[in-house]
Design a binder for this molecule. Structure first.
Ligand SMILES: [Fe+2]
Length: 216
């Protein structure tokens, strides 16, 4: 699988365009901002977009989806539990265990609530990659204090889904850099705390702190 990362907006959100080769099919994951930056790449590589997959409902991951879907004439997909915000925009409601085909490679939809109710990861066992949205980053986890967030659900998602991945699985998060699970197990303290049965330390959000930075 080829993976193109395009960083957008002041929140530095990661959009990923995944494909096998030029002239083949692609999926666009989380086009949060101006659609042109994503459509230019799709056109340059002469890709056929099979769909836009939204990992969760926050606007820094979804903001460019409607315009990009029109531009590329493709469906928008997201988990059924986050769909309520985007009635009329989302064409395909996803659920845990669904799979999508990327030119012979199976992409598995894994429901990982916690950051939002309908958060998902997109996993490929063939390439050993997972697109994790704002569920887990390289060195920390997604926040759970926004609408629909739940620390208990995030703990379940971490223990029952993400901690099942081997050290060779590379995570591609919604912000920050990609990292393999070996790195995560060594350097992501919030992850380490949760899998070892502790509560992670809750972050104090200061008034003067720009909360947007922590929208992830
Ligand atoms: Fe988010």
């Amino acid at each position: 699988m080829e993976i193109k990362r395009i960083i957008g907006g002041s929140l530095m959100s990661n959009c990923y365009i995944i494909y096998q080769k030029s002239g083949g099919s692609c999926f666009v994951i989380d086009p949060g901002y101006s659609p042109k930056q994503y459509s230019d790449f799709v056109k340059e590589k002469e890709l056929f977009c099979k769909g836009i997959i939204l990992t969760h409902l926050h606007s820094d991951h979804t903001g460019g989806a409607e315009a990009l879907a029109k531009c590329l004439s493709c469906p928008v997909m997201m988990h059924e539990d986050d769909y309520f915000v985007y009635k009329g925009l989302v064409d395909i409601k996803l659920k845990d265990g669904d799979s999508l085909d990327l030119d012979g490679e199976r992409l598995e939809i894994l429901h990982t609530p916690g950051h939002t109710k309908g958060g998902i990861c997109i996993y490929s066992d063939k390439s050993k990659v997972a697109f994790t949205g704002d569920t887990i980053f390289d060195t920390d986890l997604g926040r759970t204090d926004l609408s629909g967030g739940s620390e208990d659900e995030l703990k379940r998602s971490i223990r029952q889904v993400i901690d099942k991945w081997g050290n060779d699985v590379m995570i591609y998060p919604g912000h920050d850099m990609n990292a393999n699970m070996k790195f995560v197990r060594k350097h992501n303290q919030e992850f380490i705390d949760i899998v070892s049965g502790k509560d992670r330390e809750q972050i104090e959000y200061q008034e003067e702190y720009n909360w947007n930075i922590r929208l992830k």
